[in-house]
Design a protein. Structure first.
Length: 238
């Protein structure tokens, strides 16, 4: 397993705007505080989300991209890339593997954070089909695609050499084994979530919900009272 000092670059691959903020923004703020470079890669623009049916899909995609840029800024991230897949119909396709492999080879991260590809039967919310498809395609891109020069040879033609990601953190699974204490960064996580006004604007008690949920995770991890934590499953991939 990588120690914190071995993690110089982090790539987060998620399906929708706000996924990274619910799952990992507190941990991301800790990385950027230490000077670690963090890149977000969003597979869709979240154009099928939201509650304001006045907006057409094009308007929603643009709004959610700008919300994600603001949320990223709240935790010190300025490199945000969108793959532009349609929201709600993502599959674990070869094309998606190639597109994520391209970003891995461009960014050359030590650590990748993404969705678990497994269905969580204890808590269904993280098991959105887009999440499982993105998690599966990202793991396939980490191993073997990004490190294998014979996979997607067109990427070599783009000047993108093979790259070996050393570790992956999966979010949303039933059996997390790694807890990051985010007590010092929960306020910035909440700011990041607030940036997604089209999604959380209608939730009056959004902040209390978030504090309650991440306090529960800290308590389950045995971190003690008045602490907050984010949970992941660590996968060594070197
Ligand atoms: Zn999502």
């Amino acid at each position: 397993m990588l120690s914190e000092t071995e993690i110089n670059r982090v790539l987060v691959v998620t399906a929708h705007p706000d996924d990274v903020d619910f799952a990992a923004a507190g941990s991301i703020a800790r990385f950027t505080d230490r000077g670690t470079e963090v890149t977000y890669c969003l597979v869709t623009d979240g154009d099928a989300g939201g509650f304001d049916r006045e907006l057409d899909n094009g308007g929603m995609a643009e709004l959610r991209r700008s919300e994600q840029l603001n949320a990223a800024k709240a935790v010190g991230v300025s490199d945000v890339r969108f793959l532009g897949y349609p929201d709600g119909t993502v599959t674990q396709s070869l094309g998606l593997r190639r597109d994520i492999t391209r970003v891995i080879r461009q960014v050359r991260p030590d650590l990748v954070i993404t969705h678990t590809p497994e269905r969580n039967y204890a808590f269904i919310a993280p098991s959105h089909p887009d999440h499982r498809a993105v998690g599966g395609a990202t793991l396939d891109a980490v191993y073997p695609d990004a490190r294998n020069p014979y996979t997607f040879p067109e990427l070599l033609g783009e000047g993108l050499d093979p790259w070996t990601v050393r570790e992956v953190w999966l979010n949303g699974g039933q059996t997390p084994d790694h807890h990051v204490d985010i007590t010092a960064t929960i306020d910035r996580k909440i700011l990041a979530l607030r940036a997604h006004a089209s999604q959380v604007g209608h939730l009056k008690d959004a902040e209390n919900f978030v504090r309650g949920r991440f306090a529960q995770i800290a308590a389950a991890a045995g971190l003690g009272p008045d602490r907050y934590a984010e949970a992941f499953q660590r996968v060594p991939t070197a």
